[in-house]
Design a protein around this ligand. Structure first.
Ligand SMILES: NC(=O)c1ccc[n+]([C@@H]2O[C@H](COP(=O)([O-])OP(=O)(O)OC[C@H]3O[C@@H](n4cnc5c(N)ncnc54)[C@H](O)[C@@H]3O)[C@@H](O)[C@H]2O)c1
Length: 426
C-alpha cells in the first residue's frame, strides 16, 4: 500500500483517486473548489459517471480515500503525486500548461524527498522537463503516465485498461509507478517521457481520424446510394480495422479530441513537421457539423430563419454529463446563427446553458418538439429510442427528423408519417 496524492478532482482525478484507493492505496485528493471538496467528502460526486459514486463511497467508508482543499497540504502526504489538472486549448491551438505549472509550483516546496510526481494530464512533449523546473526540486522524480479512460466508462477503463503507459528517464522511478498498478491486469509500456507523451496525443488523433474517416465514407455512401451501416459491418470484421469508432455522427467532440488534435498539429509545427493529415481530419469534422445543419434546413423546408427546431441531446456522447466540445452544441450554435429557435432536451441538463441563453431547455423530449419544423437527434441517449413518436407527430409542425446518430428506426418513423434523414443511410 502506498500513500498517493491526486491533484485535481475532475473526471480523470476523481476516477484515478477512487480506483487507486480501491486497489488498496491510501489516497488524498485535492482540489481548489471548496464546494466540490465538501460534496466529495460527503460521498456525493458532481459528475455523471457510471459506478464512480459507489467507488468513492467505498473509499470513504474504508478510510482509504479522503478529499482536501489545496494541493500543497495533500502533496506533503504522498510518495506519489498525480497531476490531474486541466490542459485546455490556447488560441493558437497549443496546450495551456498554466494549471500544470501553477500546481507544480504550489506542491514543489511541500513534497517529500524521493517523491514521484506523475503527469496524468495530457501534456505536450517536453512537459516532464517543464514540471521538473516548476517543482524546483532536485530530489524528486517526474514521470509521465497518460490516461486513456473514456468518460461514461471511466471506472471500467481504470480497472481494465487496454494498456498502462509510463514514461521516465529513471528506470527505478518508472518501476515504482508501475508497482502502484500491480493488481491491474494490463500490458505495460515503459518508455521515455517524450514517447509516453506522444502516445497519448497520437492515440486520440488516431481515434479522431477513424471517426472523421467513417463520417467521410458515410457522406460518400449518401452520394453513391450505399448504406454506411452495411459498409461499416463489412469493414469492421477485418481485425485490422475493427468495429469500434466506425459509426457516423455529427462529428467528434468532447473535452479531449478537439484540443488534443489541435495541440498535436501545433507540436508538429513547433518541431518543423506539417501534420497535414491531421489538419484534414479536423477540417472534415468541422464540415460534418455543417452537414448536419444543412440536413436540418432541408428537413425544416429549406430555411432555418425564424424556424423552430427541436434538439435531442446536448452532451458530447451518451452516459456522461460533459458538454465540453460537444458536437451537439456546435450544431446548435450553427442552427442559432442561421436564425433558428432551438428548444432542447438532454437527460443531464435542467438549467439554461451558459453562453446559450437563447436555447430553451425542456423538461422532457416531447416538450422540445412543440411546434417544431424539424427534430434533430444529436446525442445517442437510449431514452430517445423509447419515445412515443405518435405523440411527437402530434406536437410537431412538420413531421421531419434528422437522426445525426442513426439511433432511430427509420422504417417505423416513415410508416408513422415522418420524413427521415439519417447519416450515410437510406
Ligand atoms: N476527461 C477525460 O475523459 C480525459 C481522459 C484522458 C485524459 N484527460 C486529461 O486529463 C486532464 C484533466 O482532465 P479532466 O477532464 O479531469 O479535467 P476537469 O476540468 O474535469 O478537472 C480538473 C480539476 O482540477 C482542479 N484544479 C485545477 N487547478 C488545481 C490546483 N492547482 N490544485 C488542485 N486542483 C486543481 C479543477 O478545479 C478541476 O476540478 C486534462 O489534461 C485532460 O486532457 C482527460
Amino acid at each position: 500500500m502506498s500513500a498517493v496524492t491526486v491533484v485535481g478532482t475532475g473526471y480523470v482525478g476523481l476516477a484515478t483517486g477512487a480506483y487507486l484507493a480501491h486497489l488498496g492505496h491510501r489516497v488524498t485528493c485535492a482540489d481548489v473548489i471548496p464546494a466540490k471538496i465538501e460534496a466529495l467528502s460527503g460521498g456525493r460526486i458532481p459528475i455523471v459517471e457510471d459506478g464512480l459514486e459507489a467507488l468513492v463511497r467505498e473509499g470513504l467508508t474504508n478510510g482509504r480515500l479522503s478529499f482536501v482543499l489545496g494541493a500543497a497540504g495533500a502533496a506533503a502526504q504522498g510518495e506519489f503525486v498525480f497531476l490531474c489538472v486541466p490542459t485546455p486549448q490556447r488560441p493558437d491551438g497549443s496546450a495551456d500548461m498554466s494549471y500544470i505549472v501553477a500546481a507544480a509550483e504550489e506542491i514543489g516546496p511541500a513534497l517529500q524527498a524521493e517523491a514521484v510526481v506523475i503527469n496524468k494530464a495530457t501534456v505536450p512533449v517536453g512537459s516532464t522537463r517543464v514540471v521538473e523546473q516548476a517543482l524546483g526540486r532536485a530530489d524528486v522524480f517526474v514521470v509521465s503516465n497518460p490516461e486513456f479512460m473514456r468518460e461514461g466508462s471511466a471506472v471500467h477503463d481504470c480497472l481494465h485498461p487496454d494498456r498502462i503507459v509510463i514514461g521516465s528517464d529513471d528506470q527505478a522511478a518508472a518501476m515504482r509507478v508501475a508497482s502502484l498498478f500491480g493488481k491491474v491486469q494490463a500490458p505495460m509500456v515503459i518508455t521515455d517521457p517524450a514517447s509516453a507523451e506522444t502516445i497519448k496525443y497520437a492515440s486520440n488523433a488516431f481515434l479522431a481520424t477513424k471517426v472523421s474517416f467513417v463520417n467521410a465514407v458515410a457522406n460518400l455512401c449518401e452520394a453513391v446510394g450505399a448504406d454506411i451501416r452495411e459498409v461499416a459491418l463489412g469493414m469492421g470484421y477485418d481485425k485490422r480495422i475493427g468495429f469500434e469508432f466506425l459509426k457516423p455522427g455529427p462529428g467528434w467532440g468532447g473535452s479531449c479530441f478537439p484540443k488534443d488534435t489541435r495541440a498535436l498539429v501545433h507540436i508538429g509545427e513547433q518541431a518543423g513537421y506539417d501534420f497535414g493529415l491531421l489538419r484534414g481530419v479536423i477540417a472534415v469534422n468541422e464540415e460534418q457539423h455543417d452537414r448536419v445543419v444543412a440536413k436540418v434546413a432541408t428537413a425544416a423546408g429549406g430555411s432555418l430563419d425564424g424556424v423552430r427546431v427541436a434538439a435531442w441531446g446536448l452532451t458530447f456522447k451518451a452516459r456522461t454529463d460533459d458538454r465540453r466540445g460537444s458536437p451537439a452544441i456546435e450544431v446548435i450554435r450553427r442552427l442559432l446563427a442561421s436564425g433558428a429557435h432551438v428548444r432542447a432536451h438532454d437527460p443531464t441538463v435542467t438549467a439554461t446553458l451558459e453562453g446559450l441563453a437563447q436555447v430553451e431547455i425542456c423538461a422532457d423530449p416531447y416538450a422540445a418538439c412543440q411546434g417544431a419544423a424539424a427534430l434533430v437527434v444529436l446525442t445517442e441517449w437510449d431514452d430517445y429510442r423509447w419515445i412515443d413518436f405518435s405523440k411527437v407527430a402530434d406536437l410537431m409542425e412538420r413531421r421531419s427528423i434528422v437522426d445525426a446518430r442513426n439511433l432511430l428506426d427509420a422504417s417505423a418513423l416513415r410508416r408513422g408519417g415522418f420524413a427521415y434523414w439519417g447519416m450515410g443511410r437510406p
